[in-house]
Structure formats: C-alpha cells, structure tokens
Design a protein. Structure first.
Length: 158
C-alpha cells in the first residue's frame, strides 16, 4: 500500500480540529448560559471533542504497543489503509439519544447533541457522506480509499 503525504493531510486535520473546537466552545457556552449546569456542558464536550479519542484505537491497531505522540498527531496510523473510528457513528449517536429519551436523561441528550455537531462537522469535510455510518464502514471493510476519497490524491505511489 502507498504511504500518505501527511503535509496536506495535517493542514486539513488542523482546520478540522479548529472548527470542532470553535463549535464546541460556542455551543457549550450557550448551553451554560441557558442552563447554568456544568454537567450538561461536560456531556456536550464529551460528545463533541472526546469522541476523537477513538483515533487512539486506530493508532494502536496499526502500531500495536508502540506510542509516539508525533506519529499520532501526524496521523501516520492512516498508512494502515483502514479507518475504524468506532465512536464516529450515527448508529451510536441514535442509541445514546434513544437512551436519553428512555431514561429522561438530559446528560445523555447533551452527549448526543455533542456527537451530532461533531458528526455534522465531519460530514462537511467528507466527500463520502456515508462515512459516519459504522455499518457502511464495516461493509466497506474500513477501507480508507473508499471511506476517505479526499485523501486518495495524497497517496504517493512507490
């Protein structure tokens, strides 16, 4: 498999992170101003920012027990040719939302709201609009070229 050209990818990754952060700060501020509840803000932030912790799963599936912050931040684990990001999933979000309604839990609903905004921002940057469906990723064997075609031009053929 060809390796990725990370300079272009890292530019878009930084832009993506900046937009996620900006959206999270603005909406969590509104949530706090409307409710005054830190628990709601924390749940929203967990959904909108900490969802990205699933990138660590992708990293360790590729690098096993070795960890390099530099490699992680450069997204070198994408050289695996796979993209799992299990938490980036409308299916999981719908489950959390449903549980929030069932248990009448505003915290779960705020978590779902955070996930929703994160997934919307991600979809904005993706050519493949089905990327955030876990079932779709599974059907396509988590193949990076199918799921993230916007990265394909940055492969270097050796």
């Amino acid at each position: 498999m060809a390796e990725l050209n990370f300079s272009r990818i890292n530019f878009y990754r930084k832009l993506d992170l900046a937009i996620h952060f900006l959206v999270a700060v603005i909406i969590s501020s509104v949530i706090y101003l409307k409710t005054g509840k830190i628990s709601y803000v924390a749940a929203f932030l967990a959904g909108s920012i900490f969802i990205d912790l699933d990138h660590f799963i992708d990293y360790f599936l590729y690098f096993k027990n070795k960890f390099s912050l530099s490699d992680f931040l450069k997204c070198t684990y994408l050289n695996s040719g796979k993209v799992y990001v299990f938490f980036h999933s409308w299916e999981i979000n719908i489950l959390i939302f449903t549980l929030g309604l069932f248990f009448n839990s505003t915290v779960l609903l705020m978590l779902s709201l955070g996930l929703t905004f994160h997934l919307i921002v991600d979809n904005f940057f993706r050519k493949n609009k089905f990327y955030c469906f876990l079932i779709y990723r599974k059907i396509n064997k988590f193949d990076i070229e199918t799921l993230l075609p916007e990265l394909y031009p940055y492969y270097r053929n050796f």
